[in-house]
Design a protein around this ligand. Sequence first.
Ligand SMILES: *Cc1c(COP(=O)(O)O)cnc(C)c1O
Length: 391
Amino acid sequence: MDATANTVTSTLAAVRSVLGEASRTIALHEPEFGGREWDYVKECIDTGWVSSVGAFVDRFENDLRACTGASHAVATSNGTAALHICLLMAGVQPGDEVLMPALTFIATANAVSYAGAVPHFVDSETRSLGVDAQALNTYLGDIVELREGASFNRRTGARLRALVVMHVFGHPCDLDALADVAARWNLVLIEDAAESLGASYKGRHTGNVGRVSALSFNGNKVVTTGGGGAVLTNDASLGQRAKHLTTTARVPHRWSFLHDEVGYNYRLPNLNAALGCAQLEQLSSFVERKRALAERYAAAFESVAGIEFLREPAQTRSNYWLNAIVLAPEQADTRDALLAALNDAGYMSRPLWTLMHHLPMYAACPRAPLPVAESLETRVVNLPSSARLGA
Ligand SMILES: *Cc1c(COP(=O)(O)O)cnc(C)c1O
């Protein structure tokens, strides 16, 4: 057997030992509705409160505060909208550049575009797959021109306003080091915590280090509202502003329609919030079972040569949103054969997202050297990760 066939065979055996035979396709990540979802959604329909205000929206925001420890949470129509609001609250202006990883889901870059700013891509590291703080610091040393307490890109002349970091697959990135780099270069730190609900860094829930953070409750995330998101912050005035901006910037009044700026209709409907309340009640059960599943994958892959199962970084507790294996560089050529074999056998598997600068609309954006992200792009494979598989 050649090396490729060998890797494919041993990977299939490892996945089979964890998941059993797939009589029908085992999805990458499917939602689970085993709690009070029906009761809460029915309550919306019975009372007529299905739309953009209602008791479940308030309750969902309260529950989010309780589970993340953030002092303010504002529910939004989806995670991309939450990120857009985060960028506006960070003071991002049209023409600014926003540093962000090339290795992320498209929503991060699109939100920067919606704010009229330009994504500026930076490299990632192999432990968390998040932004590499040290490489970023060195890079900024090369390109930044400091003027009156602000950082400018000396090549483009644009202001470098913010740094968005992302917790890839629920593995917290190195927030302390990244916060230091952001402070040193006058950048507002934003966490794209869309994938990391239930995950913590040094004992603190993700989303509390950035000035503002975004969550997502899309159908494939750890907890779903169908579609939805939230802005988190520990700054009271930003919390109020997030609520205002996401609710058409309406000034409270008994009957008048007064709006004091261009706002957004980014509210989460009560129906979706009802689903979210029932889902949040199960968050710790979801995360525990996902972590148990990850342990079993980790054990199964210990004996597979040339493949590493991605573990949570030290001092973090991951939610293991999506389990991932990383092929050794000399095994990168095996990836497509591996994906074909896994999917053929009924184990839904996916490669890493195409890096942002490899997509047509972001190809011309400024970027740091991206050797790690470019290598990872060819070597990461996600495996089925639903909570039910860890039961
Ligand atoms: C899911 C996700 C989002 C938000 O997606 P929505 O579908 O708009 O809720 C943002 N960033 C990352 C990294 C994501 O994975």
